[in-house]
Write a protein that binds this ligand. Structure first.
Ligand SMILES: CSC[C@H]1O[C@H](OP(=O)(O)O)[C@H](O)[C@@H]1O
Length: 350
């Protein structure tokens, strides 16, 4: 049994698996309002860079449906009508660049179709982005798996699985493909405070696929790298910058430093839609999330009132701590600016 899809679209209705209550409850929430989709992204009903981009594209399709019976003379009319929905979706989470990449693809569809049947075009575009992502993840998985030695233990952080994407996953896509090839002896999944994507989502996904997984607290990472000698740390990304730095869930930078000390290799698995060639790592916007995610645990206060709290949702791992960035177009070994830009240029020509 594999984990259910994070995103469902049928009869022009969007349903999102509520990832805030997994794995204890499997509930989908239906959406017809684009502003509600923006809230779902902000509150992490749906999360994970590629899944956020797919949800935003469906949000724009829902927005267009609201104007299906209104006279629109041209693309400018449509852009004006859809602007509130686009603005709300763009404002939902700042770090995952797939969100902005998907909205820009919707912008191009609006320009291209103008007053013709834009509703159908945006629905088809969202479905295309969704279907493409699954195929992309399978390619990332196979490229990444080619790097995993036989009999490997690997370590992963957060959830870059089917639940964070259109399906199959990026980091978990590599693990799924390597397990299919018989190269995975075990996976260590870091719990990933405060939202516990590792404990609640990655453990659940891997167990659903029959992949041996051991859940650990993040504080055990150095000990486990020394004792169990994983071959790779395999993570996803929310944004890969032009210089090869990668933003991912908070704690990834820690793991990369520990990995360097212990001679463990670090792999970032991400589609080229997660790359942002316009900035370098230090310029990546880091989302600061609500303090309550740290001061409370499942509704119970665990920290004193008024304690100062830092809750950055992501950190940036410098390229010199990354051994490989794996995309749907191949592998960037020992990434740097020149290699990243060459990879993106070659990808654009395919
Ligand atoms: C392939 S998803 C990438 C990324 O998304 C997760 O963040 P969040 O759960 O806050 O959306 C995490 O950083 C994953 O690695």
């Amino acid at each position: 049994m594999t984990s259910p899809s994070a995103i469902k679209w049928s009869a022009n209705q969007l349903a999102l698996l509520d990832q805030r209550i997994l794995p204890n409850r499997i509930d989908y929430i239906s959406y017809s309002e684009p502003l509600a989709v923006a809230d779902a992204i902000r509150s992490m009903v749906v999360r994970g860079a590629p899944a956020i981009g797919i949800a935003a594209a469906y949000g724009m399709a829902l927005a267009a449906q609201q104007f299906a019976n209104k006279p629109m003379a041209n693309a400018a009319d449509w852009k004006q009508a859809l602007q509130p929905a686009r603005a709300a979706l763009a404002d939902s989470r700042p770090t995952a660049v797939n969100l902005f990449w998907a909205l820009e693809r919707c912008d191009r569809a609006i320009e291209e179709h103008g007053s013709r049947d834009l509703v159908t075009a945006l629905c088809q575009l969202a479905e295309q982005i969704h279907a493409e992502d699954i195929e992309i993840n399978q390619r990332i998985g196979d490229f990444g798996a080619s790097l995993i030695p036989a009999n490997s233990i690997v370590y992963t952080h957060c959830n870059a699985g089917a639940l964070a994407t259109g399906g199959y996953g990026t980091a978990l896509g590599v693990i799924r493909s390597a397990h299919r090839d018989g190269h995975i002896r075990g996976v260590i999944a870091g719990e990933t405070r405060p939202w516990l994507q590792g404990a609640r989502l990655t453990s659940w996904e891997l167990m659903s696929d029959g992949i041996p997984v051991t859940l650990a607290i993040e504080g055990a990472a150095a000990h486990l790298m020394r004792e169990q000698r994983p071959s790779w740390i395999i993570v996803g990304a929310d944004r890969v910058a032009a210089n090869g730095d990668a933003a991912n869930k908070i704690g990834t930078y820690n793991l990369a430093i520990i990995a360097k000390y212990h001679g463990v290799k670090v792999m970032v698995a991400a589609p080229t839609s997660t790359f942002d060639a316009t900035i370098d790592g230090p310029q990546i916007p880091i989302e600061q999330r609500p303090s309550e995610e740290i001061s409370h645990s499942f509704g119970q206060r665990i920290a004193p009132e008024n304690v100062a709290i830092a809750n950055p949702a992501f950190d940036v791992t410098p390229a010199d701590l990354i051994d490989a960035i794996v995309t749907e177009h191949g592998i960037i070994h020992q990434p740097d600016r020149a290699k990243v830009l060459a990879h993106l240029q070659a990808a654009a020509q395919q």
